[in-house]
Design a protein around this ligand. Structure first.
Ligand SMILES: [Zn+2]
Length: 327
């Protein structure tokens, strides 16, 4: 009886879950959708829930999750991660869709819990475009295809210096089809595939770095939220949903840290190289060539080196998560 007085139900729940990796948080159903209340996610991570500055915060000494009420934005230790659906107030409490919790939040917070079987030997870097396909072109005529090839080579140098095996889908300025990029990754027995691109927008004030991973089956891609129904097709890359989320966050976190760019977040998309990747994969949009400040960063070798450091550090952090998972 004395024991019952000192152990709160929340603590009992967290102990149960820490002890059994397969245990799930409680779910509730509303209008046909299954949700996980943030009040249940908090004890699952031994976090405290509070509301601050209009946001819902879950916090312990290691991690902080910030959720935007009625929004799809969630910040994991300060890095923006897009949920597929907004968090909603159901009854008296805020709740996230179960799929968002399982496929985005949990692998972002506990990557090591899902990577015990992930490979870590061969990294395949995929510089976007090439040859007649120039990709985006900046006002000062910087071609995406050349900038991303240079950045990829800098990423390779940094990873090789750490003893990591790195292969390329293209090493020169030539055209390679999207399906050949995935086939090449498969023939190289890639454990990790990172496609490197740069963006452009008609609005020249748009800037920042973003990292895309494959949208899980049934989830909206970040930019098509609310348009029609989300695709329910299962793509080869969906085998790696949890590792994809873990990888995306590590790259985005480290890229923004290295460059100080605006954080556009870890987003979901169904790009062909993500759909058909034979291993966990991410596509990084390193900067907006249409923005004067970011164009200058990409023209400058030290700017490209910063970008490369961010991507390489992100890949290394993901490989560390794998090592931790295998311990
Ligand atoms: Zn591109």
């Amino acid at each position: 009886m004395r024991l019952r007085k000192v152990i709160s139900p929340a603590l009992v729940l967290s102990l149960l879950i820490v002890g059994t990796a397969t245990a799930a948080v409680r779910t509730i159903t509303s209008r046909g959708e299954t949700y996980v209340p943030l009040n249940d996610i908090a004890p699952y991570y031994s976090m405290e829930l509070s509301e601050s500055g209009g946001n819902v915060l879950l916090k312990n000494r290691w991690n902080t999750l910030k959720f935007e009420p009625n929004g799809r934005r969630c910040w994991v230790n300060g890095t923006l991660v897009w949920l597929s659906n907004p968090i909603r107030k159901i009854g008296w409490q805020w709740a996230a869709e179960e799929a968002d919790f399982n496929k985005t939040v949990d692998p972002s917070v506990r990557p090591y819990a899902f990577l015990a079987k992930a490979g870590a030997k061969t990294i395949v870097l995929d510089p976007g475009h090439g040859g007649n396909d120039h990709g985006a072109t900046s006002p000062r005529k910087v071609h995406e295809k050349l900038a991303v090839l240079d950045i990829a080579k800098r990423v390779r140098n940094r990873l090789q210096a750490r003893g990591i095996r790195v292969e390329f889908t293209r090493e020169s300025d030539r055209y390679v089809s999207l399906s050949d990029r995935c086939k090449k990754a498969a023939s190289l027995k890639a454990d990790l595939f990172v496609s490197i691109h740069a963006d452009a927008a008609s609005n020249r004030s748009v800037k920042g770095a973003g990292t895309f991973t494959l949208a899980p089956a049934g989830a909206y891609s970040t930019h098509s939220y609310g348009k029609g129904t989300a695709s329910s097709s299962v793509n080869p890359g969906n085998k790696f949903d949890l590792a994809n989320a873990a990888l995306g966050l590590r790259i985005q976190q480290n890229l923004v840290k290295a460059t100080g760019q605006e954080d556009r977040g870890v987003k979901r998309a169904r790009f062909q190289v993500l759909r058909d990747a034979p291993c966990p994969a991410a596509l990084v949009e390193v900067a907006f060539l249409s923005n004067a400040q970011e164009e200058a960063m990409v023209i400058d070798a030290s700017g490209r080196e910063k970008i490369a450091r961010g991507i390489a550090d992100g890949i290394a952090a993901y490989l560390n998560d794998i090592e931790r998972a295998k311990r």
